[in-house]
Design a protein around this ligand. Structure first.
Ligand SMILES: [Zn+2]
Length: 540
């Protein structure tokens, strides 16, 4: 049985504070008198964390090969010429020639507090690479397109980190392509030259590396494969330049709130003995320990100030990943689009919940929910058809809801829809309490947002078909996810889900409980994210 657990006492209230503590984010909207929120947990982690029924993966360890960069002594005249050339990070030499050390500061996950880092970096003329999840750009707590342009204008690089931060090797090849390629397309459409990629959760395999290359990236970053006091004791203190494998570049463990200024400085001075490339990775940069994966604004400022001075004392300078890797900006590649189901075809994948993933969750479905409650999901009988139905048991209910949803992805699981069309939502259910359809939409960018909910359906002991027709799908929306929810203590069993374009939809068979179609629907506001699919398995 898979149980989705939520914090017993999320205090302070369910807002960004909860996000800070657990790496989860929350979004809310008031619908039909019901507060509707979905939670997500997404950060690169070195250990597995249970989030809404899924497992967040840990990076596959990689070992650096013994290889060192040997310093090249550059004449003073050549150096002067280089500086005159206008480079943003001129390579300087100390009084004695020391091996060249290049530091790349990298930033993951699109967090808006990375602007604190930008301020210090701009002040000390230090550059880095910011890996973006384009599906998050502009959402609450995340960087905006204007922020990205300011970051790039300061000499920094905008890299890709997938549309919505999934554990890539757990996805189909086509879904991986959509996550990797479409993210690069989105970022490029905003005006950036995008050549560098970082794997979410530092999770990849040989096939994923090939897909990253196929999307036009020149490099991809791993984590935890450079020696530090935090890990990889048998690794080197730096990686060679160029790296042995540009699609598995090495970096230290991600910096978190246990890192001191000395730890950051040690990562550089340890490498300076033999030289090479040092990639440091940051998530949050904030004044007051806003997250376990945060570095304080003060420490970051002190470090960048110190780092800038290493150009003269340690022959150490900073470059973006793109500057280290080099290469051209490759042509854009789009991920494969998923067509909408044809007339009379059910758009739901695994509609009868008959296929179950190793995690116990029906394949292509996600255990959704939010708030203060305990929502437990399990396969059950009797079914409406086939051998499996899914039973949701809600206890300890204070607020929020629980529900089963087609996985909110880029098309492998979530049905594709066409703007302007209306859709017939159908699910067989029995329950001890009222229920309703909660409906989510995906934008062309790949961002999921809560859309609307149906009127309530009554409790019923016999399997009954809940039936509701959506309003017209708004412009720019390309995907849908929907499920019956429970927002009281009790049970709700569902089976045989269907989504039909109303043009060509089959007639209703058997008893049905139809809800009226609202004349108008709420605007598509708010944002929803979910954990990696509940059937995701940790990377090997
Ligand atoms: Zn990430």
């Amino acid at each position: 049985m898979v149980v989705r657990s939520v914090p017993a006492n999320p205090c302070p209230p369910i807002t960004a504070a909860l996000v800070s503590t657990l790496g989860v984010r929350v979004q809310e909207a008031i619908v039909s008198g019901v507060l509707s929120i979905v939670i997500v947990g997404e950060v690169e982690m070195r250990s597995r964390v249970v989030v809404t029924g899924g497992l967040v993966g840990m990076p596959a360890g990689r070992w650096s090969r013994k290889s060192r960069l040997v310093a090249v002594v550059i004449g003073v005249g050549l150096l002067a010429g280089f500086a005159a050339f206008g480079g943003t990070a001129p390579r300087a030499l100390g009084a004695t020639a020391k091996p060249l050390t290049v530091v790349s500061l990298t930033f993951d996950d699109t967090f808006s507090d990375q602007l604190n880092a930008l301020a210090s970096m701009s002040k000390y003329k230090v550059v880095g690479t910011f890996y973006m999840n384009s599906g998050r750009v502009g959402a609450g707590g995340f960087l905006t397109v204007a922020d990205l342009k300011n970051i790039a204008a300061a000499g920094n690089e905008i890299g890709g980190h997938t549309v919505s931060h999934p554990d890539l090797p757990t996805l189909t090849v086509d879904e991986q392509k959509r996550q990797i390629c479409n993210d690069r397309v989105n970022l490029t459409n905003w005006g950036f030259k995008v050549t560098s990629f970082a794997y979410p959760f530092a999770s990849s395999n040989a096939q994923t590396e090939q897909l990253v290359a196929g999307c036009g990236y020149n490099s991809a970053r791993m984590l935890g494969d450079i020696k530090s006091r935090f890990g990889c004791p048998d690794c080197d203190y730096a990686s060679p330049t160029p790296p042995d494998d540009p699609y598995a570049t090495q970096a230290l463990d991600e910096a978190d709130n246990t890192w001191t200024l000395k730890d950051l400085q040690d990562s550089v001075t340890n490498a300076e003995t033999a030289g090479g490339w040092v990639q440091l990775t940051f998530h949050h940069v904030c004044p007051n320990n806003c997250d376990s994966l945060s570095v304080s604004t003060t420490i970051f400022d002190q470090f960048t100030s110190w780092l800038a001075a290493r150009a003269t004392t340690g022959n150490t300078h900073t470059e973006t990943v793109g500057q280290v890797i080099g290469g051209t900006v490759k042509p854009l590649v789009n991920g494969p689009a998923v067509p909408a189901a044809g007339p009379g075809q059910n758009g739901v994948v695994n509609p009868g919940l008959e296929t179950t993933a190793a995690s116990g969750v029906p394949s292509c479905w996600t255990l959704g929910g939010y708030g203060n409650n305990t929502a437990a999901f399990a396969a059950t009988t009797p079914t409406h058809s086939g051998v499996k139905a899914e039973k949701l048991t809600m206890t300890n209910y204070v607020d929020g809801d629980g529900k089963l949803l087609p996985t909110l992805d880029l098309g492998a699981c979530a049905p594709t829809v066409t703007a302007g069309h209306t859709y017939s939502l159908r699910t067989w259910y029995n329950s001890t309490a009222v229920t309703q359809f909660a409906v989510y939409l995906r934008s062309s960018l790949g961002t999921w947002r809560y859309w609307t909910s149906s009127p309530w359906f009554p409790a019923t002991t016999a399997y009954t078909q809940a039936l509701w027709t959506t309003p017209a799908i708004p412009a720019d929306m390309t995907g849908i996810s929907f499920g019956l929810n429970l927002f009281r203590n009790g049970t709700l069993t569902t089976d045989d889900y269907a989504l039909y374009d109303t043009v060509g939809a089959p007639a209703i068979a058997g008893p049905a409980t139809a809800a009226a179609t609202p004349r108008t629907a709420p605007p598509v506001t708010g944002r929803v994210e979910i954990a990696p699919p509940g059937d995701a398995t940790p990377p090997k």
